[in-house]
Design a protein around this ligand. Sequence first.
Ligand SMILES: Cc1ncc(C[n+]2csc(CCOP(=O)(O)OP(=O)(O)O)c2C)c(N)n1
Ligand SMILES: [Mg+2]
Length: 356
Amino acid sequence: MARAVSVENGVRRVIGDGAAVPDGEVEGLGTDELLALYRGLVLLRTYDERSIVYHRQGRIGTYAIFWNHEAMQVGSALALEERDWLFPSYRESAIGLLRGMPASTVLSWWRGHPAGWWNPAEYNVASICVPIATHVPHAVGFAWGSRLKGEDRVAIAYFGDGATSEGSFHEGATFAGVLKAPSILFCNNNQWAISTPLSSQTAAPTLADKAIGYGMPGVRVDGGDVLAVYEATREAAERARAGDGPTFIEALTYRSAPHATADDPSIYIDAERVEEERDHECVGRFEAYLERVGVLSEADAVEIREDALAVMREGIEQAEAEPPADPTLVFEHAYGAPPPTLDADLADLRRVLGDG
Ligand SMILES: Cc1ncc(C[n+]2csc(CCOP(=O)(O)OP(=O)(O)O)c2C)c(N)n1
Ligand SMILES: [Mg+2]
């Protein structure tokens, strides 16, 4: 049976439904800040939708869709300061765009091109992490190191529900709690780890319940509500800066797109629940809120959408203008002592690529 994300049971919500459920507001967010959140949502939504088209056209490789995860990414990233560091997983691949990273960089990453590598210190955005949860200890270690150096930086690690079953999550969370590292463990609970349901990840009633075992607060928030995510992340950052340690945020959603372009969820997912989620997708939900509070005009909305499309057009053009990568790069940094077969392997690859 389909069921909407509950707003009871301690799940924080700010945006109402325009009818029986009233709107709230977040202290300190004026017109400019609300429009910045909207701009971020539209930019990421446009990135995601264009990427699926580029994938179908063979212009990027396999792509991890984040449709309807934008509120979690934008709400949390914009609640932090520019000096704070983001540690994304593949699901947050384009989060750097919110820090001024060109779209061509992220598109190049999905094209498997070295132009997709960036210097993390340039944007305070760590490399996209594909191994599940291994970046949790990285983020926590970074936060702890920053504290030792007397810097006022918070690190946020993004990961999924499935990641909470990994050893690296446990190690990172333990480390964060014990050392009071100024960090935020942000879990996008989209209730699926590819085809493995949440019920296989934990017997606990909620993922936030795990936080108590690590000595940190566990906060549950409606992951489709950009304002609730913003507020929860801002509070977590304040705790971290005050020296009170990490916070685990469980943002609830239901994955309403395939895991990635290579996945067919129709054989395992609850289609009715997906439809319901899509009807309440996070960008439209915030747009309706902004219209209700009189902040967004139709002209603004059109301009913001056109700007985002222009970013993507320029991004794919730049990514495709990159000269082909040198295949030796794949081999060069893999071994301290290369095996004797490596030269022959490289010659084979060059032949396949018509490159030698
Ligand atoms: C260490 C490791 N094991 C397995 C995989 C294969 N894998 C890729 S995505 C994924 C599911 C992760 O689910 P979740 O943590 O819920 O994140 P979501 O994709 O739903 O955002 C798995 C098991 C991997 N990338 N890394
Ligand atoms: Mg998941």
